[in-house]
Design a protein around this ligand. Structure first.
Ligand SMILES: NC(=O)c1ccc[n+]([C@@H]2O[C@H](COP(=O)([O-])OP(=O)(O)OC[C@H]3O[C@@H](n4cnc5c(N)ncnc54)[C@H](O)[C@@H]3O)[C@@H](O)[C@H]2O)c1
Length: 345
């Protein structure tokens, strides 16, 4: 249906899993991956694709209007993952979040209009809805829940969602927004809680648990998220928002104890640290709209099996995360691309 697809942020955690997912399930689609290789962009996440004739990598910032205009020309559709994505970093400095998530998205929207793309899928987050109380388990975010972001990260994503909505409403751009809960799985940058805790435990280090650890997240396996995005790309209705979740709620304390059990470590490996300022208490997603309209339901996310498989992946891919922890992954680009013709980079 779409033959030429742009993926932004394809060297990050979810983007790289999405490209692999497409290669497996839609092998005929030609993919152009646009990524500036920020600290979380890692070409090793896509090792093996370099020689693929239907895959092209462009190293560029999504805020570069000229490059986006030429990169999008001739494409059918775009799936937009590129973002600054870590809440804690947004508390230290929110400017890169506004720069990439807001201005970068606006630049892409302009380029998409200009290129007359048939579809713009904007990958957003449940964090735009803010926090739910712990004592009302019946509450869940629906697509009609108010937008009440708590962190600068969530606020920048909310702003980008509103821009996408405006471009659809005013200019008729065929755009769809997805809002997913917390992802886990292979290739997640080891600053996020699951890979951070697993790799710390593998190195015999303690894990830093924020506050009382009772904050609840609705965990979804990245492949379930990728499958939902593909469904939205192919069958979602223009102008709509689709929530994506897996009905897999766990507190950070439960998560930590599950990891300790799976990795044969005792509670002495927990180091309680001061809570994150403004830390959202609970996220929970109502995915009934995407289930009813597109027939999608999570099938790979249930714990403990999915968590155990994730621990096993980080255990047997120590070279991958050790390269990140040591900074070596930064040289991968030079190794791969330094002597290639200019058009590749
Ligand atoms: N990780 C989650 O649990 C989760 C949940 C819901 C939604 N999301 C959304 O999914 C998307 C991907 O998240 P992720 O966890 O894979 O993040 P990530 O940090 O692992 O990857 C982000 C990618 O974007 C690239 N990038 C950053 N700024 C760029 C720029 N200015 N120009 C070009 N490329 C740039 C980075 O190099 C990196 O490859 C984000 O939009 C995020 O908001 C993430």
């Amino acid at each position: 249906m779409f033959e030429r697809l742009i993926v932004t942020g394809g060297c990050g955690f979810i983007g790289s899993n999405f490209i692999r997912f497409l290669r497996q399930h839609r092998p005929s689609i030609a993919i152009t991956n646009i990524d500036c290789l920020s600290y979380s962009g890692n070409l090793e996440n896509l090792a093996g694709l370099e020689g693929d004739a239907r895959y092209r990598f462009i190293k560029a910032d999504i805020g570069d209007a000229g490059t986006m205009k030429s990169a999008l020309a001739g494409a059918d559709a775009i799936v937009h993952f590129a973002a600054e994505s870590h809440v804690d970093r947004s508390l230290m400095d929110s400017r890169p979040f506004v720069q990439t998530n807001v201005l970068g998205t606006q630049t892409l929207l302009d380029a998409a209009r200009h290129a007359r793309l048939k579809r713009f899928v904007h990958v957003s987050t449940d964090e735009v809805y803010g926090s739910l109380p712990l004592d009302r388990p019946e509450f869940r975010f629906t697509e009609d829940s108010p937008i009440r972001p708590s962190s600068p990260y969530a606020a920048s994503k909310a702003a980008s969602d509103l821009l996408v909505h405006a471009f659809h409403h005013t200019f008729g751009l065929d755009a769809v927004i997805t809002r997913c809960s917390n992802n886990f799985g292979p290739y997640q940058f080891p600053e996020k809680v699951i890979p951070l805790f697993v790799t710390n435990l593998l190195e015999g280090k303690q894990v830093p648990l924020y506050g009382d650890g009772l904050n609840v997240r609705d965990w979804i396996h990245v492949d379930d998220h990728c499958e939902a995005i593909l469904a939205v790309l192919e069958r979602g209705r223009a102008g709509q928002v689709y929530n994506i979740g897996a009905d897999n709620e766990h507190s950070n304390l439960d998560l930590t104890h599950s990891l300790l059990r799976l990795m044969n470590r005792g509670p002495e490996f927990i180091r309680h640290v001061e809570d994150r300022p403004g830390h959202d208490r609970r996220y929970a997603i109502d995915s009934s709209k995407i289930a009813a309209e597109l027939g999608w339901r999570a099938s790979r996310s249930a714990w403990p099996a999915a968590l155990e498989a994730t621990v096993a992946w980080y255990t047997s891919n120590a070279t991958w995360w050790r390269h990140i922890r040591s900074g070596e992954y930064r040289s991968f680009y030079d190794t791969l691309y330094a002597n290639r013709p200019a058009a590749m980079a």
